[in-house]
Design a binder for this molecule. Structure first.
Ligand code: PLP
Ligand code: CA
Length: 304
């Protein structure tokens, strides 16, 4: 934008922006819900956008649920009209990457929640079964499967030393693919607590293996390419709405989309300004074009 971005907008200006776009990509946590609570007004915003013939997509780095479980979550939180084909999660897109981009055959050693395993299986990819190691099993005597050709790391509340150690052994083979669902460092929980994200687990494995993971989730372009392979999508007529500058806004910039930061999640207006005022040119990729308090502000911009 002309003034270098970070422009707080509402009302008529927001209306003009929304009218100029055909597709709206929403991040989920911190934008349309916080944990198990919908952001006030968000279900009405999604409905109103669709009523106006806009296409809406949900782009989440959260790999813990399969698509079908997101459909249920949307319904439970009052979003009555959200379909599986509109939901792009880092688990779904990781499976799509292995199948469509890597032309993968072999087995995947997956560190992650059941959502990751379900999406891989739904894409026809073989996942190494998790087995309980007996008390005498350690990293020097555990079984390794010679058919493993990829390691995928995502958020895993049952992450363990043995999983890290096995993954690192598989990655000794330079032909073994190394993928990460997303780079998120941590996530807010209720009561001011945080939980470490996939990025923290990936960092451990990157250090242990001296390799760098291919990141599937935001800010990588791949999730956008995944949508664009299934729907006709012009970046110029698409808007990315997110709450985290380092993932959502950089993703939008990487894909050539207009970007909106909403202040109902992780990043603050002050952090966006710090990036804007930075002397480092790369930091400009972290600056949103526009800032809104909440996507509820879209509502008044959508009534005539
Ligand atoms: N991954 C996990 C495990 C999470 O709990 C969350 C947010 O709650 C995310 C990723 C981020 O999701 P999103 O990209 O929708 O903000
Ligand atoms: Ca978010």
């Amino acid at each position: 934008t002309a003034n270098g971005g970070c422009q707080k907008i509402r009302g008529a200006q927001l209306q003009e922006l929304l009218e100029s776009k055909q597709n709206v990509l929403f991040d989920c946590d911190g934008v349309i819900w916080n944990g198990e609570t919908a952001v006030a007004g968000a279900p009405e915003v999604v409905r109103a956008l669709k009523q106006r013939g806009k296409r809406v997509f949900f782009v989440t780095n959260n790999c813990t649920r399969p698509r079908q479980s997101y459909v249920q979550k949307f319904a439970r939180l009052g979003f009555g009209d959200v379909h599986e084909q509109e939901i792009y999660s880092s688990a779904y897109c990781s499976a799509a990457y292995l199948r469509d981009v890597a032309g993968f055959s072999g087995k995947v050693f997956a560190i992650g929640c059941p959502g990751v395993h379900t999406e891989l299986r739904d894409a026809g990819i073989t996942v190494l079964e998790e087995e309980e190691d007996g008390p005498d099993v350690n990293i020097s005597n555990c079984a390794l499967d010679p058919e493993v050709r990829a390691v995928l790391v995502g958020y895993d509340e049952r992450f363990s030393f043995m999983k890290l150690a096995k993954a690192c052994c598989y990655l000794r083979d330079s032909e073994c693919l190394f993928l990460a669902t997303d780079p998120d460092p941590w996530h807010p929980l209720r009561g001011g607590r945080i939980t470490p994200g996939s990025g923290s687990l990936t960092a451990a494995l990157e250090t242990a293996s001296s390799r760098k993971a291919t990141v599937i989730g935001k800010p990588s372009r791949f999730m956008y390419e995944c949508i664009a392979s299934q729907f006709e999508l012009d970046p110029k007529s698409s808007l990315m709405v997110g709450d985290r500058l380092e993932t959502d806004i950089v993703f939008g910039v990487n894909c050539g989309l207009s970007t909106v930061l909403t202040l109902t999640g992780v990043s603050t207006f002050e952090q966006a300004q710090i990036y804007k005022d930075s002397d480092e040119p790369q930091k400009k990729d972290f600056v949103p074009d526009y800032v809104v308090e909440s996507i509820a502000d879209f509502l008044e911009a959508l009534v005539e």
